[in-house]
Design a protein. Sequence first.
Length: 376
Amino acid sequence: MATAINKKLDTLRARVARFAGQAVAVRKDLHTSDRFPLDIWQKMGKKRLLGMCLPKSCGGLGGNYLTMAIAGEALVSHGHNMGLAVSWIIHHAVARFLILGFGDEKQKEELLHRMAKGQLTGCIAVSEPGTGAHPKYLKTTADADGDAYVLNGEKAFLTNGPIADLFVVLAQTGKDGRRKRFTAFIVPRETPGLTLSKPLALDFLRPSPHCGIRLEGCAVHKSAILGEKGSAYEDMVKPFRELEDGLMMGPVVGAMTRQLGILVDLIQRRGVSLSDEQKERLGLFQSLTDSLRIITYEAAAMLDSCDRHPEFLSLTIASRTISAKAQSILGRFITDTGVAQDIALDHITHDINCTTQIAKNVSLIKQRKLGEGLLT
């Protein structure tokens, strides 16, 4: 796997690490602030870090998902914040996977250059209040009206919602028997009939902002359809979930690297003497971090591949398991050594623990299906 990390990627890693140290780590308020740091976001746009995996012809850096994994790790390990990385990932996923992957030439021309510069921020709107993203329970509809579609419904827990300039909204446009058929629409923030709910007051992954949107008689031209009509759930939503799982591994590795750095610094500054068993635990935490890094890069390489990789699901499950195991080891280590709590360590640990809990039940279902597959 190490052969995949060439000099160009190492240079990029150093570039992102330098930016993160100078522009992000210095902001000690990010873990507690209710305000998204648009000043940092604009700086990222000027550095083309918001178009990292977009083609150069679209104003990006021409990177891929492996580039994203490496950059996401560096952004957190040197920027000391996971929340900003979450918003960064969702913005890229909307730009590269959705707009670049499914947009027509006009849509790509109008949106991607501006997204790469940070002039437009993207958000995907699938989940709904009380039901999540299960297709059986989604209620938002889009009804044809001449050359337009009129959207009605409500979406919830939208990452980047409060700062988004455009929403890729999933809406029902028909049925195939009892099966609902969904279409994706590009809906600009200023579209009449679209209103934002109050931002959610979350105590984790700050300053990544979340909110909901309400669509009431929200009319968009048929040219706002993204991809094929009626196939958006299969073509976009399912793969988007996998993409999120894969890309979030980078920030988690970066956060664990940050944890280790804080921990070693505390031990050295406070003169804590470690037993052999405690040193073994510290070494195990390091080995789990290194193992997760390799898994992260391999998963990203699979995302970049044109081939289907059944093992990708196993990597996402292993990533969650390793992260949870490492946090358990860290907790016992802190208790046994008597190393006093540190606010920076508390913040990053809280974010990792909350991240491993997101969609945990879905992950367990997938894990069970792997087991069932072995018995079939």
